[in-house]
Design a protein around this ligand. Structure first.
Ligand code: ARG
Length: 461
């Protein structure tokens, strides 16, 4: 097959080279961006008198036909065409003749691919933000029902202080909000048009880059063409942002896996989002959160992969850069399905309040409350209060009960400054509701956090 660039070549490309060099198998995903970019470019060329009106009409209707062929599956993607840019231009020219051959005036595949890929990433930034918002909204809805559901708050995976389950879930809402902000700020920073930079140095044709940028919805045009055709920061940013998002998803998944175990039994995933074992009939496995945790590894790999591709590249475009796409497509598609399935798995998950409450009676969760009581009501310095509480915990252990259930007489025997009202302070629910400082777990503070996230999410409700 004759190549578009074959003018200076006397031998055909080997089929091995064709297979090795081609990106058409994966970059065909960019067909919309490519066609829209070409039409905007052609409109600008016509405006500048570089194309005549008939040529523009031919290009526009030819491209409409190409688009139709691609979307109906008729379009033939041939490896010999190397990439989507050449495949589409070739088909256009076959359809409309000479006008098709003029389309590439004042443009190179270098700025063309920079345009297509950047627009894909910008679009995906927005779509991922919408998916995160809908996950957040599911999380906030569950939190709303569980502001009084007690669970052990942990540090070091050890029982620490009682919190409510809603408060626990809202920690993830806070993480996902930061994730959204990262996608949004990246989209804002990279809303810059590369088209018109041509191969690397600009073009002698009298083009209007601002016009093409405006047609395509960009905020502005890039400042330096040499940078523009080799810049892949925007792709690295989405890879990093997805990595951080998946890291958060993976942490929540890890908790769901733990909570689903017989050791915890805090939640049960619905049958629709659980799997069985081929040998052990009794099993119900949390494959969904496990895969979310597992896929996070591949997403991190895509980030490190592209960073490594970029680190040694001299200016400007190098073919190495063609390796930018598959990892980004993979991370984007992984993030999309992950956000959806996590949302559905959470919505259909059963929360086992009684098991959570039972767990709160293990590990003396209200020990800090006894120390706080001694400080506030008995004017004992905190260090000394800590020590007295330690003795109370040891006593409860010896009695085989939780500190929240210890008799007043036992505590009074340890320190006579302790008064009868102490028991009220040791109740688990009281302990949770005592933490009223800003951002704390007390139900009133949790309800404020719910209002905050409701307000943030109100556009999508
Ligand atoms: N398929 C190429 C890529 O994805 C398009 C740019 C090719 N440019 C070039 N000078 N060979 O990067």
């Amino acid at each position: 097959m004759e190549k578009m660039w074959s003018g200076r070549f006397s031998q055909d490309a080997s089929s091995l080279l064709e297979r090795f060099n081609a990106s058409i198998m994966f970059d065909q995903k960019l067909y919309r961006e490519d066609i829209e970019g070409s039409i905007a470019h052609a409109q600008m060329l016509k405006h500048q008198g570089i194309l005549n009106p008939e040529e523009l009409v031919a290009i526009e209707s030819g491209m409409a036909q190409v688009l139709k062929e691609i979307e109906s599956g008729e379009f033939e993607w041939r490896i010999g065409d190397e990439d989507l840019h050449m495949a589409i231009e070739k088909r256009l020219t076959a359809l409309i003749g000479d006008a098709g051959k003029k389309l590439h005036t004042a443009r190179s595949r270098n700025d063309q691919v920079a345009l297509d890929f950047r627009r894909y990433v910008l679009r995906k930034n927005g779509e991922i933000v919408d998916l995160i918002k809908s996950l957040m909204s599911a999380i906030v809805d569950i939190a709303r029902n569980h502001t009084q559901t007690l669970i052990p708050g942990m540090t070091h995976l050890q029982h620490a202080q009682p919190i409510n389950f809603g408060f626990h879930l809202l920690a993830y809402a806070a993480m996902f909000k930061r994730d959204i902000e990262r996608f949004e700020s990246s989209a804002e920073r990279n809303n810059i048009s590369p088209i018109g930079c041509a191969a690397l140095a600009g073009t002698p044709h009298n083009i209007d880059r601002a016009m093409t940028a405006k047609t395509l919805g960009f905020e502005s045009i890039s400042i330096n063409c040499l940078d523009t055709v080799s810049d892949r920061d925007f792709a690295l940013e989405i890879l990093f942002n997805i990595s951080t998002l998946m890291m958060h998803i993976s942490r929540l998944s890890e908790e769901i896996i733990l909570w689903s175990s017989y050791e915890f039994r805090f939640v049960e995933l619905s049958d629709a989002y659980s799997t069985g074992s081929s040998i052990m009939p009794q099993k119900k496995n949390p494959d969904v959160p496990e895969l979310l945790r597992g896929k996070t590894g591949r997403v991190f790999g895509n980030l490190v992969g592209l960073l490594t591709v970029m680190k040694g590249l001299p200016l400007a475009y190098n073919k190495d850069t063609q390796e930018d796409k598959e990892g980004v497509f993979d991370s984007v598609e992984t993030a999309e399905i992950s956000l959806e399935i996590l949302r559905e798995a959470l919505k259909t998950m059963t929360v086992k309040k009684e098991n959570m409450a039972r767990a709160c009676k293990l590990g003396h969760l209200s020990a800090t409350d006894l120390a706080d009581y001694l400080v506030e009501h008995c004017h004992v310095p905190f260090r000394e209060a800590h020590h007295i509480t330690g003795r109370a915990v040891a006593r409860a252990e010896a009695l085989g009960i939780d500190l929240s259930e210890i008799a007043y007489s036992e505590l009074h025997a340890i320190d006579e400054r302790i008064k009868e009202d102490v028991c009220r302070f040791l109740a688990i629910e009281h302990s949770m509701n005592a933490r009223t400082s800003a951002g704390g777990t007390a139900e009133v503070r949790t309800l404020e956090q719910i209002i905050y996230f409701d307000h943030y999410l109100k556009d999508i409700k």
